[in-house]
Every structure is written in structure tokens, then in C-alpha cells.
Design a protein around this ligand. Structure first.
Ligand SMILES: [Zn+2]
Length: 169
């Protein structure tokens, strides 16, 4: 299997090498809030976000396999979790109520271009050792994102996604 990719970008005509990590800075909900109100209503920590003290988000990593490549395409995405699970996460790994084998439930809270509507897909967050973001696992369904998560996607599709997110302003 090939290790990584390099390709001529259809947007900028340059050669892009390697697979970037695609980072979503905030859950989709954040963008529905007026810019002037964000500072008051949204509280960010490194990997968490709370909106209006009643919507709780945790950042995790979704890795999509690429057919024929060893490397995966990683997205730093957000999941909408219950307050109870949020508090468990914040305390992790000091919390004794949580183990590596017990993922917590979360609603997928981002839209990834090229996969139809992804908001509120059922997902789970699997905790990793401190310093690493939780892994995002999707419910196995026929949704295109879930199919890519379990079955992988083509290199062509991967390149389209990389081009889109490399040149998004
Ligand atoms: Zn480019």
C-alpha cells in the first residue's frame, strides 16, 4: 500500500503533498450565533465548548480510511453530549466512572462537505489517554459518512475533500 499522496490541485494548480488534518474550529451551532453575542454566550476550552450554559460539545477525531492507503483522513470534529457526560469528560481520567471501553454518546455537530447532511448523526466518543482527543465512532448506517467510516473512500474523493478544505476561506 502507498503511504501517502501527492497530487496536482485543481484549485491552485500546485502539487499538494500529504494528508492534512481537517480542523473544525467550532460546532455548527456556534455559527448560528451572531458574532456580537458569541463572546458572551460561548465558552471554549481547548477541546470543549459550552453554548448558553446548556449545550455541551466535546471535540474528537474522526478518521476515514482511504482505499489503497495506509494513512487515514482525520477530521477534528465536535459532538453534542449530555451535561452529565460532559462533566465526566472534563474530569477524565480522574473520574472513576469511566473506562476506555465505555464510549459516551454524542450527536455529530459538524457538517463535512461532500457527505450530505451530517448534523446529528448518532456517534460515540471513545476516550483516549490524556492529551489525545477522543475517537469519534459513527453508528453503522447507509449514510455516506458512515459508509466511508466503515468501508473507506476512494483516493479521488479524498483529494476532492482536501482541495475543498485547503482552499476554504
Ligand atoms: Zn491547492
Amino acid at each position: 500500500m502507498t503511504k501517502s499522496i501527492s497530487f496536482k490541485c485543481s484549485k491552485c494548480e500546485k502539487i499538494h503533498e500529504g494528508i492534512p488534518i481537517i480542523n473544525f474550529k467550532a460546532p455548527l451551532h456556534y455559527y448560528s450565533i451572531k458574532e456580537s453575542e458569541r463572546a458572551d454566550r460561548v465558552k471554549f476550552n481547548s477541546d470543549t465548548c459550552v453554548i448558553d450554559k446548556n449545550a455541551f460539545y466535546v471535540k474528537g477525531v474522526l478518521k476515514l480510511p482511504i482505499i489503497g492507503l495506509e494513512e487515514k483522513l482525520s477530521f477534528n470534529v465536535w459532538a453534542d453530549v449530555s451535561k452529565e457526560n460532559f462533566l465526566l469528560y472534563v474530569k477524565f481520567p480522574e473520574s472513576e466512572n469511566i473506562s476506555f471501553e465505555s464510549p459516551i454518546f454524542g450527536w455529530f455537530a459538524c457538517e463535512i462537505d461532500g457527505f450530505e447532511e451530517c448534523l446529528n448523526l448518532k456517534s460515540k466518543l471513545l476516550f483516549q489517554y490524556k492529551g489525545l482527543k477522543p475517537s469519534v465512532l459513527l453508528e453503522p448506517t447507509q449514510h455516506p459518512l458512515s459508509r466511508a467510516f466503515y468501508g473507506g473512500m476512494s483516493i479521488e474523493k479524498t483529494i476532492e475533500i482536501i482541495e475543498f478544505y485547503t482552499h476554504i476561506s
